[in-house]
Ligand binder design. Structure first.
Ligand code: ZN
Length: 267
C-alpha cells in the first residue's frame, strides 16, 4: 500500500533526523583507525581561577563542568589518537587580581600571565586557566599557558560542537601542538566557529609535536608502567595510570585488561 502523504512526509522527516544524528555522532568522535599502540597521553592541569573582588576574573565553572569539558575535548582529539588526561584540577585564587580590566586593556599578555599562582606552575604538562572575561575566546601563550573565558561564544557550523568552552579549549590545545589557524569552516583551527575537524596534515603535525615532548607518553608505555607498579605492590600508583588509560575510546584486549584492573577493589 502506498503510504499517505502525511506518512511520507513523516518518514522523510525521520530520515533527515537520523541523518542529522549520525552526522553529529560522527562529528563528536572519530578515531581514524588509530590503534591502542598509537595512542598518546598528554597531561593537562586545569586551573579554575577565583578572585573575590574581581568578577571579570572569577570563574563560575565548577569541577563537574570540567569533567564534561574534558570529555568533549577528548572526543575532538580522538581523531588524532591523542587523549588529554587530568594531571590535576586546581581551584585557586588569581594573584595580581586588582585593576584586572584596566591592566588587560594596556597589556593583555602580561596581565593574564601575572594572574597565574606561582606555586602551581610546572613545565611537564599543559596548563589551561579558566576565567570569566578576556578579549578573545581563548589565548595560547607558548609554553606558558592557555586562557579560556567562561563567556566564550562561537558561530555554530554544521556538525560543530554544542558548546563553546570545550571547542575553544581544544582549539588552543591545537596551537599548543604547533597548529596554525586554518580558516576552513568546520575545522578545529578556524577562528570563532564551532567546528572540530582536523585534516590529515594537521593530525600528522600535532602528533609529531606531541611525540617531541617527553612528558607525553604512548599508551603502551603507560600500560607497561602500570603493570610494573601493580607487580611491585604499588596499587594506588598503578591505579592512577590505569585511570589515565581508560579514556582511550577503543575496545580490544588492552581495554579489557584496563577495565578489569579498575574494577578491582581499592586497597
Ligand atoms: Zn586560535
Amino acid at each position: 500500500m502506498k503510504p499517505s502523504l502525511p506518512n511520507r512526509v513523516m518518514r522523510g522527516a525521520w530520515c533527515l533526523i537520523l541523518l542529522f544524528v549520525t552526522l553529529n555522532l560522527r562529528a563528536q568522535e572519530s578515531t581514524n583507525g588509530f590503534a591502542f599502540a598509537d595512542w598518546l597521553l598528554a597531561p593537562l592541569r586545569i586551573h579554575l581561577l577565583t578572585a573575590t573582588n574581581e568578577p571579570a576574573i572569577h570563574t563560575t565553572l565548577t569541577v563537574k563542568d570540567t569533567d564534561r569539558i574534558l570529555g568533549k575535548v577528548n572526543r575532538i582529539w580522538a581523531q588524532a589518537g591523542i587523549t588529554f588526561y587530568l594531571e590535576s584540577l586546581r581551584v585557586e585564587a588569581a594573584i595580581n587580581a586588582s585593576n584586572y580590566v584596566e591592566n588587560a586593556r594596556e597589556d593583555e599578555r602580561a596581565t593574564l600571565l601575572a594572574l597565574r599562582p606561582k606555586d602551581s606552575l610546572i613545565t611537564n604538562c599543559f596548563h589551561v586557566f579558566y576565567l570569566k572575561q578576556i578579549r578573545p575566546n581563548g589565548i595560547y601563550f607558548n609554553a606558558q599557558g592557555i586562557f579560556v573565558k567562561d563567556t566564550a561564544s562561537l558561530r555554530p557550523v554544521e556538525g560543530g560542537l554544542d558548546e563553546p568552552i570545550p571547542r575553544v579549549t581544544a582549539h588552543e590545545l591545537g596551537h599548543a601542538l604547533t597548529l596554525p589557524h586554518r580558516q576552513y569552516v568546520t575545522n578545529l583551527l578556524a577562528s570563532g566557529m564551532s567546528g572540530g575537524w582536523l585534516n590529515e596534515a594537521e593530525i600528522k603535525q600535532a602528533r609529531e609535536a606531541a611525540k617531541k615532548k617527553d612528558w607525553i607518553l604512548p599508551a603502551p608505555d603507560v600500560l607497561r608502567k602500570a603493570d610494573e607498579l601493580k607487580s611491585s605492590r604499588k596499587p594506588a600508583e598503578a591505579r592512577e595510570l590505569f585511570l589515565r588509560l581508560q579514556h582511550i575510546p577503543l575496545g580490544g584486549r588492552e581495554r579489557e585488561s584496563i577495565l578489569r584492573q579498575l574494577a578491582e577493589p581499592k586497597r
